[in-house]
Design a protein around this ligand. Sequence first.
Ligand code: CP
Length: 310
Amino acid sequence: MASVHHFDHNHILSLQDLSREDIHLILQSAESFKEISSRSIKKVPTLRGKTVINLFFEPSTRTRLSFEIAAKRMSADTFNFSASTSSAVKGESLVDTARNLMAMHPDVIVIRHAHSGTPYLLTKHIKASVINAGDGTHEHPSQGLLDLMTVKQRKGRIEGLKVAIVGDIAHSRVAHSNIVGFSKMGANVLVGGPATLIPSGIEKLGAKVGKTIDATIVDADVVMVLRIQKERQRDPLIPSFREYANQFGINKKVLTAAKPDVLVMHPGPINRGVELDPDVADSPRSAILDQVSNGVAVRMALLYLIMGGD
Ligand code: CP
């Protein structure tokens, strides 16, 4: 008889921490939760009485809203903490903030923070489950999972695919989660972009480095395009947006090197006309809005599994 895999994590901090079996289980659960979002009454009682706090110290559209929608569709109570309107602006430390939130007995804290490692710090000080919604340049595990779900849906498999990740690899927590996640699930991952934005040692996470953009995306099944993150660059690492678009921007012409049925992805927000041409972003080859839809299903699965669902 086939054995059943049990999910044994109180926190979701990185894809490094999850096994292949964990990832399979999350994707399977997300597939079954996806159907709830297509009902006319988009609500199930699964997490009734549970409390989820979204603790966001950095801006977000997709991640914050989809965690909130995911929790609400499962009948949990959700509360949003935005740093700019909180006592953090009066100098309250993160640990003090977290301890005060704990005094209100939440079950899950979803945190986004500019400093890598902040979600790990939180787990040392609070009893609630912690989900990393993006920590500095480290990881964005729920984004990696929704990207895996999207590729599995559109391509039917992950194993053996060639996945090219193009752009600001150095500052991208999405790239780091995707390199780990796709390699773990058997894809071949290549990264490419300006040499100043490719960190040394990236191969240790499981990616090869393409010498040129063409060499990176040649025969690719999936091209993931990343945003140029000006806000995380202390010194300018590219001469200008225009120069970047000319040399590294993904457009129809560049994509002729990839497979004809290549899938184009972007975690958002897009700098249209810089890293990605609008013609490609809005074409049938683009899976960008599928990624957003799958974000809700994946986050429903994560909330369900860390709160003991089986
Ligand atoms: N992909 C992503 O993390 O988007 P947001 O910054 O809008 O949450």
